[in-house]
Design a protein around this ligand. Structure first.
Ligand code: NDP
Length: 340
């Protein structure tokens, strides 16, 4: 496989972050070489575009993008600290013994440290009552050193998640799950945006393919991914279709998509025949195969032969979801410090 440097601009180093795979004779309908010359996330210094003579889609490397976001946030956190004497602070609240949740929270805490965010860690037993959890959230709502509150889901069955998420102050709702923030998104004036869809938007933007005017198809309509993602795309002037388990002829709808965003939780569900040539395909799904390996909702190998851009699982949306949690926390600290 040969490669050559073919463009210089400002932004994150695309070579480092893995946006390498741009065939000179690429026939995709959504992206263009010129579009690549946009800065990615606008955080760092020099961009070197490097294209390789391959026919597969270009990879959207969420892990590298997330690292670039964290680096930008570390500088923003330092500025908050310099102005207020306090680092941006995230309270993490985990109830119970679910091993996966413990891993997720640990990863989020580690990422916080790398971005200069103070972590206020709360691990509560599975027997914690709803009243006790509400009391802790009230305390964190009132704590001026805390700018974001994360309540890791799922909660034990005896606790009503809705009541808990609505108890988090909308001003510290780093996950973007509070109905107030959802409503702000619906009316087109978001404050905190849900982390996973916000990360997906950043990933699309990183490709340089403009969202405006595109046909976007979102597969999945959950409150934490599909619905907010559709609204974010709409706000950016895409023409949006939301699909779900009752959608008729899903493959035909998917084939209309310039931007195909999939969040259903079914391993390798989206096959190459469902994808338009040159489409941007972002795979939110996280599924465990019988051998323990992770895979997405998209059948990666065949779809990557047809798509213009594609995100992998793992290493795609997951790291960007965490990066957006940090982004929301730092943004909240900046707002509270009068810096935003
Ligand atoms: P939900 O289970 O809440 O929602 C799934 C959605 O997919 C529903 O709207 C459902 O439709 C739809 N759906 C299910 N089967 C089909 C089908 N055959 N055809 C069309 N639509 C279908 O899931 P989430 O949104 O919470 O998560 C989706 C996936 O994304 C999961 O794999 C999850 O693990 C992953 N995820 C990953 C994150 C990350 O950071 N990487 C973060 C959040 C989620 P209906 O409404 O009709 O039931």
């Amino acid at each position: 496989m040969t490669s050559r440097a073919c463009g210089v601009g400002h932004g994150v180093d695309l070579h480092k972050i893995g946006l390498l795979r741009c065939p000179p004779s690429n026939k995709n309908t959504t992206g263009s070489h010129a579009a690549l010359k946009r800065p990615i996330l606008g955080t760092a210094s020099r961009v070197i575009f490097q294209w390789e003579d391959v026919v597969a889609a270009r990879l959207i490397d969420g892990k590298a993008l997330a690292q670039a976001v964290r680096e930008g946030l570390a500088a923003a956190s330092a500025a908050v600290l310099a102005k207020t004497g306090t680092k941006p602070g995230l309270a993490t609240i985990l109830v119970g013994d679910d091993p996966a949740s413990h891993v997720y929270v640990k990863n989020k805490q580690k990422a916080c440290e790398l971005a200069g965010i103070h972590v206020d860690d709360h691990k509560l037993s599975a027997e914690t009552t709803q009243a006790e959890l509400l009391a802790l959230i009230e305390k964190k709502n009132a704590d001026p050193k805390i700018h974001g509150i994360l309540v890791q889901l799922p909660l034990p069955k005896h606790i009503d998640s809705r009541v808990i998420l609505e108890a988090v102050s909308p001003d510290k709702d780093a996950d973007g799950f509070h109905p107030y923030n959802f409503g702000r998104l619906v009316e087109g004036h978001p404050v905190f945006e849900a982390c996973t869809p916000k990360g997906v938007i950043k990933m699309i933007e990183s490709t340089g393919v403009p969202i405006e005017g595109k046909r976007a198809v979102v597969v999945g309509r959950s409150n934490i991914v599909g619905k907010p993602l559709a609204l974010m795309l709409l706000q950016r002037h895409a023409t949006v279709t939301i699909c779900h388990s009752k959608t008729k002829d899903l493959p035909a709808v998917c084939r209309e998509a310039d931007l195909l965003l999939v969040a259903i939780g079914k391993a390798k569900f989206v096959t190459a025949d469902m994808v338009r040539e040159g489409a941007v395909v972002i795979d939110v799904g996280t599924n465990k195969l019988p051998d323990g390996k992770l895979c997405g909702d998209v059948d990666f190998e065949p779809v990557s032969q047809k798509a213009g851009w594609i995100s992998p699982v793992p290493g795609g949306v997951g790291p960007m979801t965490i990066a957006m949690l940090l982004d929301n926390t730092v943004e909240s600290a900046r707002r509270m410090a009068g810096m935003a």
